[in-house]
Design a protein around this ligand. Structure first.
Ligand code: OAD
Length: 253
């Protein structure tokens, strides 16, 4: 579905745009999404079962090994044309808010200034017990010689294990980030959802809040999602193909 004339006018005149991204925006940089089958060493595991405090308590080396493996993939990857187009969009409209569920840093490396990170970051480990931020080991993580497992470092303050700085299932989202994301969704003209299955709440509410408040919702995702129901424009195209053209339609008025 391409933008028709009425939609082109909406994009050209949009003053406040919210972009809401998920793992699909980084797929073409070579970072596997969450609900794709896990590859290689990890194919026997279910991402949702590794991403919990209970999993870390039960097997910290397995969970730390999985996140360090993901951090290694991210550090070896480059932002793609979708990340770059989103960074460009920021300069084309009066007000812009990027809300991401991703824990990689590819939006930042593409030039986006202040993404609201709803699910934390791979680059901000902290103590599992006392929350003290922990330094990152220098360089790109190596594949552990023991296969999947890698012992997490110890906290410099209390000696407990260090955990990844991401939000796990069952944990609260960072309060300020989710509040600002909901506020932006309530006041935007256009909400662009890119590469998310829209299944994980409360983050998945962001586009619905925008829709209820009267914004046009545009989705970029090659596969069907829960958002199909409310999308005013549904581009079933990979993000790195769709975004550069779509972004060029903003800010023309
Ligand atoms: P998912 O893995 O659930 O969904 C990725 C989406 O990207 C799917 O809908 C794919 O169809 C789509 N996709 C794949 N390739 C794409 C491409 N080239 N261009 C555009 N879309 C593409 O990932 P998220 O929706 O980000 O949370 O998952 C949400 C949250 O669930 C994650 O932040 C993580 C996860 O478990 C936590 O860890 C708390």
């Amino acid at each position: 579905m391409a933008a028709d004339r009425a939609m082109s006018d909406v994009l050209a005149r949009a003053r406040h745009v919210v972009v809401f991204t998920g793992a699909g925006v980084s797929a073409e940089s070579g970072i596997p999404t969450f609900r794709d089958a896990l590859a290689g060493l990890w194919e026997r595991f279910d991402a949702e079962q590794l991403a919990t405090p209970e999993a870390f308590r039960r097997d910290p080396d397995l969970v730390w090994g999985w996140y360090e493996w993901r951090r290694m993939l991210v550090m070896r990857a480059q932002p793609n044309a979708a990340h770059r187009a989103i960074a460009e969009l920021e300069g084309r409209v009066d007000r812009f808010t990027l809300v991401t569920q991703n824990v990689d840093d590819l939006h930042d490396r593409a030039g986006s200034r202040a993404p609201l990170r709803l699910h934390g970051s791979l680059f901000a480990p902290r103590c599992f017990e006392c929350d003290e931020p922990a330094p990152l080991a220098p360089g790109i993580p190596q594949e552990p010689e023991s296969g999947r497992r890698l012992a997490p470092p110890s906290c410099g303050r209390c000696g407990a294990k260090v955990r990844p700085g991401v939000v796990w299932f069952g944990e609260a989202l960072p309060e300020a980030a989710i509040a600002r994301a909901f506020e932006a969704a309530e006041s935007c003209d256009v909400l662009l959802s890119v590469g998310t299955s829209s299944l994980v709440h409360p983050a998945a509410q962001v586009p619905w809040i925008a829709k209820r408040a009267g914004a046009r919702v545009i989705q970029v995702n090659p596969n069907p999602t829960a958002l199909d129901e409310i999308a005013d424009l549904n581009l079933r195209t990979p993000a790195a193909t769709a975004l550069p053209t779509l972004v060029a339609s903003f800010g023309l008025d």
